[in-house]
Design a protein around this ligand. Structure first.
Ligand code: ISJ
Length: 346
């Protein structure tokens, strides 16, 4: 095993915090290793470090401050075997999810909001969990995702391979994306998209554009909508960029997070519905993570296609966008397709 993967194993066994990640379409894997298990929170996003933020923007975001961390980088090619797939689904409550989606559609029909993203946890029993192998399989399988493993002994162990960028700041350049609408990849990168998917994606574009117009970001550019592949799934995607004039990272996060790709529209009404009705805590799922203020660059990703581990269980977090046109059975199928993307690396 390489130096970096050994260090991950050691730090995890010694119960010391770390994060290891690879950015989309890059080869370098970076490891950040903390020297103590003290918990740090961001004050105002002006710190330098790796942020791990929850879905609920009213809760604090964790940070590994780079002043007190050790770093390792590697560009090793990874060749690992497919997952052993020795696992059993412990909880996967279909009736509950169908009911939740139906309540979401009713609330939309009552005019409470236009879109809400509803999610669930699937608990999977894993025998003989090998952290490094699972992480390596994720790296191998998801080249165009932000792939990470994040650990803090007082918080937990999270792994993910997310296709969604929340925000990139490089100098005065600002970039984000609108990603929504899902179908399974069947070999065709130019599939037909239904009206429901096109609409749920447009809600995300419109929200981001209107929020940016409230900020001082100029030269706004929105690409054509196109199909993007993430694992065995396809999504509708549009790239959005601009030039920052005076906004701080904290202001930008405040206007963007959580976008209707993971929350809904309007933001507050849909968020309250999620917090009241989903019946579990999303914790860091659909929050965001990544490096902030590293040589004046920030790159944050939405925490999707992720799981949280305890000793013998993996909690897989999945959700999907609900609109007035949603069919609960199809929404259930979409969450199944999303869990399969994740399970294939276990
Ligand atoms: C909420 C998730 O994904 C989000 C929801 C999507 C959808 O509703 O079609 C697609 C991509 C993501 O923006 C998830 O994967 O859990």
């Amino acid at each position: 095993m390489s130096l970096l993967f050994n260090k991950i194993s050691d730090h995890h066994s010694n119960e010391l915090p770390f994060v290891c990640f690879r950015k989309p379409n890059e080869k370098t894997i970076k490891g950040v290793f903390c020297q103590s298990d003290e918990l740090h929170y961001t004050k105002d996003y002006t710190e330098r470090g790796f942020v791990f933020a929850p879905f609920n923007a009213e809760e604090s975001s964790l940070i590994f401050p780079y002043v007190s961390c050790e770093f390792l980088e590697e560009t090793a090619a990874i060749h690992v075997e497919e997952g052993a797939k020795k696992f059993e689904v412990v909880t996967s409550d279909k009736a509950k999810h169908l009911h939740l989606v139906e309540r979401g559609v009713e609330a939309i029909e009552e005019g409470k909001f236009k879109k809400v993203v509803l999610s669930r946890i699937e608990e999977v029993q894993i025998d003989d969990f090998q952290l490094v192998s699972v992480f390596q399989r994720m790296l191998q399988k998801y080249e165009n995702a932000f792939v990470y493993v994040w650990y803090h002994p007082k918080v937990g162990l999270w792994l993910g391979a997310t296709p969604e960028r929340l925000v990139t700041l490089k100098g005065n350049e600002f970039k984000t994306m609108a990603l929504a609408g899902t179908q399974s990849f069947e070999g065709n990168m130019k599939p037909d998209w239904g009206e429901k998917e096109q609409k749920e994606h447009q809600f995300v574009v419109d929200f981001i554009v209107s929020q940016i117009q409230k900020s001082s970001i100029e030269d706004l550019y929105v690409s054509e909508t196109y199909t993007a592949k993430a694992g065995n799934l396809l999504h509708l995607k549009a790239d959005i960029s601009g030039k920052i004039k005076g906004d701080k990272l904290q202001d930008i996060l405040h206007i963007l997070h959580p976008t209707p790709a993971v929350c809904g529209l309007p933001k507050i009404e849909s968020r309250d519905f999620i917090l009241e009705e989903e019946g579990y805590s999303r914790k860091y799922y659909s929050g965001f993570l990544g490096e902030i203020n590293i040589t004046s660059q920030t790159e944050l990703f939405v925490n999707l296609r992720c799981m949280e581990f305890s000793k013998t269980l993996a909690n897989i977090y999945v959700g999907g966008g609900i609109t007035s046109q949603s069919d609960s059975e199809k929404e259930w199928e979409e969450t199944i397709a999303k869990t399969q993307t994740i399970k294939s690396i276990l």
